[in-house]
Design a protein around this ligand. Structure first.
Ligand code: PLP
Length: 391
């Protein structure tokens, strides 16, 4: 069957491919510790599951409005106003989608023309670059720097801006590095976006996954930004709801209508009973569950960072957000891909090559620590033994 030309410009997410390879090895009887996939291992909080069951019993089994159920859009707007400190959102700003990912796709479809330049973090979530290419726009990678705790240099950003720059993508807390942009970074980025009339996609899917004194700041908190920013967030990471496919975007109201129209053309709407469960997830009743998730993530982060730093040739920063570590492995003399293959085949530990997140990921690998402390300790033991045997 004919494959359209545009498909050749579409990238993918390697995590799912590595998962397949790992499953094939397991089918041959090999034991694999899975640190490749970025999803909480916890179950969805029970009150949220009960709310979904209740919604099914109460008839939320029909189509709903394209942008989302009004009560769910309002609950999301209220939640944003509570968690982001700049109380500007109402239901008309919100579009609810099956997962956060469609916000990336719809938002970029709605605002980018072929030939526009889009600046995006590298290493970064691979779908940004995929969609930029798919739309015939020009991807402009912005390097995240290990010596800046995986933030970028605002001077580097400024140097990449041209009259063709349409959009800047930022992601904080960040996948794959766990880095967090500071208040000062965001202020300077906002100034540049306003000065050069650039739209910002602010991917805040890990907004609630921060540790210690580190708190998330949204770039929408700066004056002049809500009208040029769209925020991506969702339920997958904070509430352990990846399989529910439930996310949302916040847009200026006119743009929310455009994005809802794209959704009408694609999925019609997000599942209705899930949206009722979403309202429950945002209720204060769910907070103790989220706090418990965060405590466990923090303990796992501390364990994996300490363990990785004991392995010859590895150097690992302690990230302050998300649930990934991004150790530098240049000291081993292996490339990122060689290391990821070696760990899968020889150590039975699945992780991702840093280059799965772009060229600036060379020299690094990504482990997701959304796994039990027992599995993390087992993975550390295996990696250490395999590396020491090889040296
Ligand atoms: N943005 C980033 C940075 C992510 O890491 C992910 C998922 O891994 C998403 C967006 C998409 O999340 P969802 O599962 O809600 O579509």
């Amino acid at each position: 069957m004919h494959v359209a030309e545009r498909i050749s410009r579409l990238g993918t997410e390697t995590a799912f491919e590595v998962l397949l390879k790992a499953r094939a090895l397991e089918a041959q009887g090999k034991s694999i510790v899975h640190l490749e996939i970025g999803e909480p291992d916890f179950d969805t909080p029970p009150n949220v599951i009960e709310a979904a069951k209740g919604a099914l019993d109460n008839g939320f089994t029909h189509y709903g409005p394209a942008a989302g159920l009004p009560e769910a859009r309002q609950a999301i707007a209220d939640y944003m106003n509570k968690t982001r400190g700049y109380k500007i959102w109402d239901a008309d700003n919100v579009v609810i989608t099956p997962g956060g990912k469609p916000i990336m796709f719809y938002g970029m479809m709605a605002m980018i023309d072929p030939g526009d330049e889009v600046i995006y973090p590298n290493p970064g979530f691979p779908i940004y670059e995929s969609v930029i290419n798919f739309l015939g726009a020009i991807p402009v990678p912005l390097q995240l720097r290990e010596d800046k705790e995986f933030r970028f240099d605002v001077a580097d950003l400024e140097a990449l801006i041209t009259p063709k720059t349409r959009m800047l993508i930022i992601n904080t807390p960040q996948n794959p590095t766990g880095g967090i942009l500071t208040y000062d970074d965001l202020k300077q980025i906002a100034d540049l976006a306003i000065k050069h009339d650039i739209i910002v996609l602010s991917d805040e899917i890990y907004s609630q996954v921060t540790y210690g004194n580190f708190k998330h700041t949204s770039i929408t908190e700066f004056e002049g930004m809500p009208e040029r920013t769209f925020v991506l967030d969702g339920f997958s990471k904070t509430f352990a709801m990846t399989g529910w496919r439930l996310g949302y975007g916040l847009f200026p109201k006119d743009m929310a209508k455009v994005v809802a129209k794209l959704q009408t053309n694609c999925t019609s709407c997000t599942s209705s009973f899930s949206q009722i469960a979403a309202i429950e997830a945002l209720h204060d009743r769910t907070l103790p569950h989220v706090d418990a998730f965060l405590k466990q993530f923090e303990a796992r982060r501390d364990a994996i960072v300490a363990g990785l730093n004991e392995i010859p040739g590895f150097r690992c920063l302690k990230p302050h957000g998300a649930f990934y570590v991004f150790p530098n492995i240049t000291g081993t003399g292996m490339t990122s891909q060689q290391m990821a293959d070696f760990l899968l085949n020889d150590a039975g530990v699945a992780c991702l090559s840093g280059t799965a997140f772009g060229a600036y990921g060379e020299g690094f690998i990504r482990f997701s620590y959304a796994n039990s402390i027992e599995n993390i300790n087992e993975a550390l033991k295996r990696v250490r033994t395999a590396i020491e045997r090889r040296l």
